[in-house]
Design a protein around this ligand. Sequence first.
Ligand code: NAP
Length: 326
Amino acid sequence: MQEEGIYDLIIVGGGPAGLSAGIYALRATLKTVLVEKGLHGGQVAMTDSVENYPGFENVSGMELCDKFLNHAKSYGLEMIQQEVAAVEPGIDYHTVRLSDGKALHSHAVILATGGYHRKLNAPGEEEHGGKGVSYCATCDGFFYRDKTVVVVGGGDTAAEESLYLAKIAEKVYLVHRRDELRASRILQQRVLSECKIEVLWNTVVTAIKADAQGVNSIGLKNVRTGEERELPAYGIFIFVGFVPNNQLVPAGVKMNAEGYVLSDEKCETSIPGIFVVGDLREKYAKQIVLAAADGCTAALAAAHYVESRKGAEVCEVPQSATDKVA
Ligand code: NAP
């Protein structure tokens, strides 16, 4: 294989972590391509409002992701919209196979595939998906104007999405299996002081029922008292956690028991030249700012890795690029 045909870096995934990696990789003059199967932004793009990304007191997830994308494009980031079928580590170079059969080769790969919302596995959940069962309030909340909806979960996502739905729906029941929310204090306070939200503590969903029009009631059980009841509701939004999207993680890359990829402080995995960033990476918290930070770390480390393989000095960031972004 000719050296010219090989990328320095292939980034798999176009959320905040992947796009941030793209910005830093291009500033380090790496020949880079980012492959994303869908729209840029990942999970964040589906978030109504982001209030904890420094410098933005309140911004929609989509707007923030557009800014990341435009920033990366301003450096000329090459992007391919295509599903990745496999990532295959190699000795001379790594290979990223696309679903159309094409193969891309590179010295380094950054895995930035994030994750997705966990299923509740309640009876009726699968059957009524898209007919009243949802995992995205920003996408589907509009359909429940002035109606009663149920949100399941006690974390930040359930809290944020309940607050969003309270602006649209007539009533939001937040169903949580314990007597204390896991969400951050500030979100807990907001949820508990929102008059349209009623928290049903120590409660689990036993069934999701529907008629021809879609979901019409939710079976509930109080795990303390054993009491069961049916709650009339027209939508159920499930936010019970996050599953790392690790299908493309090659064999040989170490993961923890939950399927998050292990890495060192450079975001490098157990295979040299394969890096991991964002929500796929095992770390203390999942935040957009941390995903962006991972992207920076991995791209800088990838630049050192690539240049050491090529036997050259690491490129200095050009002054013009430094001037361009404060
Ligand atoms: P999470 O923090 O893991 O919370 C999942 C919630 O679902 C927990 O309350 C859990 O209950 C409940 N749950 C899990 N399995 C369940 C089941 N089978 N039946 C009923 N309830 C179940 O997930 P998340 O809220 O999606 O957040 C994921 C990560 O993203 C977190 O690190 C979070 O801080 C972060 N995040 C941050 C922001 C922000 O800062 N703006 C926004 C969204 C998410 P228990 O509490 O009993 O375990």
